[in-house]
Ligand binder design. Structure first.
Ligand SMILES: Nc1ncnc2c1ncn2[C@@H]1O[C@H](COP(=O)(O)OS(=O)(=O)O)[C@@H](OP(=O)(O)O)[C@H]1O
Length: 264
C-alpha cells in the first residue's frame, strides 16, 4: 500500500541500542492503529518511527535549495507530493505522455525523510534531481536543525481534522485490521481528540507551522487541503511563486492540475 504511513510498522530489529535506551525513558501507551506508541518531544510515534526521527535529526543536512513538504498524515501528502514534483521539475519533465507521475506513485518520487531514515542513518538523498523535494510528518519543533537554519523552504498542508480522522479510520482498517478490532470508532475519536495517534496531537502540529508561516512567510507556505481543492490552479501558482519558479503561461498550470488529479 503506497502511503507515508507504512514505515511505522517496521519491526524491533531496526532499533539501535541508543534508541532502545531512549524508548525505555519515554511515556508509552497502547495506541490506536498501533500496539504501542511512545511520546517523544510531545508527539506520538512507533518504535520504528522513533529510530527514523533520531537518525534524521542527527544526520540530515538540508541544502538552501531544498523543499520540504510537511503534513500530519492524511492531510493531502500524496496530492501535494505530486503537485510539487510536477511544478518544480516542469522544465525537466514537461507534462506529456511519459511524465514520471503517469508511471510512478508520488510516494517513491518524493522521499519521506524520517521514514527513509528508519532503516539506516546513511540515507543518500544526493541522487534526487535539484531542487531536492522531500516530505516529513515531523512537528516543526522536531525538524532537523539544518532545515530551520538553512534557507530551504517548507510547504505545509493542513486539512479539516474531521476529514483527517475519517481518512485515517478507513485507512487503518485496511492497513492494520488486527490493531483496530478492539478499537470502536468512539474510542478512536477520543484518542484523536486527545492527540493520541501517530503524529498527533493535531492542533499543536498545525499551529506551530501556522505561526512559523506568519513569522517567516518567505520560509513557510501554509496551505489547506480544502483551499487547494477549491482553487487548485491559483494555489499551485502561489506555491510556484513562493518556491521561486512562478508561471508565465496559464496553460501550464491547468496541465499540472490535471496531471495530479484523481482522474489521471
Ligand atoms: N490527487 C488527489 N487529489 C485530492 N485528494 C487526494 C489526491 N490524492 C490523495 N488524496 C486524498 O488524500 C488523503 C490521503 O492523505 P495523505 O496523502 O496525506 O495520506 S498519507 O499520509 O500519505 O498516508 C485521502 O483522503 P480520503 O479520500 O478522505 O481518505 C485521499 O483521497
Amino acid at each position: 500500500m503506497a502511503s507515508s504511513y507504512v514505515p511505522v510498522y517496521l519491526g524491533d530489529e531496526i532499533l539501535t541500542q541508543e534508541t532502545r535506551d531512549l524508548l525505555s525513558s519515554l511515556p508509552s501507551e497502547k495506541g490506536w492503529l498501533v500496539s504501542q506508541m511512545y511520546q517523544y518531544e510531545g508527539s506520538w510515534h512507533t518504535k520504528a518511527m522513533l529510530q527514523g526521527i533520531v537518525n534524521c535529526q542527527k544526520h540530515f543536512e538540508a541544502n538552501d535549495s531544498d523543499i520540504i513538504l510537511a503534513t500530519i498524515p492524511k492531510s493531502g501528502t500524496t496530492w501535494l507530493k505530486a503537485l510539487l514534483f510536477a511544478l518544480i521539475h516542469r522544465n525537466k519533465f514537461p507534462v506529456c505522455g511519459n511524465h514520471p507521475l503517469l508511471a510512478t506513485n508520488p510516494h517513491p518520487l518524493v522521499p519521506y525523510l524520517e521514514g527513509d531514515y528508519c532503516v539506516s542513518p546513511d540515507v543518500n538523498f544526493f541522487k534526487l534531481p535539484s531542487p531536492r523535494l522531500m516530505q516529513t510528518h515531523l512537528s516543526h519543533h522536531s525538524l532537523p536543525v539544518s532545515i530551520k537554519s538553512s534557507s530551504c523552504k517548507i510547504v505545509y498542508c493542513c486539512r479539516n481534522p474531521k476529514d483527517v480522522f475519517v481518512s485515517l479510520w478507513h485507512f487503518g482498517k485496511k492497513l492494520a485490521p488486527e490493531e483496530t478490532t478492539d478499537y470502536p470508532i468512539e474510542k478512536a475519536v477520543e484518542a484523536f481528540c486527545n492527540g493520541k495517534f501517530i503524529g498527533g496531537p493535531f492542533w499543536d502540529h498545525v499551529l506551530e507551522y501556522w505561526y512559523a508561516s506568519l513569522e517567516n512567510p518567505n520560509k513557510v507556505f501554509f496551505v489547506t487541503y480544502e483551499g487547494l481543492k477549491k482553487h487548485t490552479g491559483d494555489m499551485v501558482k502561489r506555491m510556484a511563486e513562493f518556491l521561486g519558479c512562478g508561471f508565465t503561461e496559464e496553460e501550464e498550470v491547468s496541465k499540472i492540475v490535471k496531471l495530479c488529479s484523481f482522474e489521471s
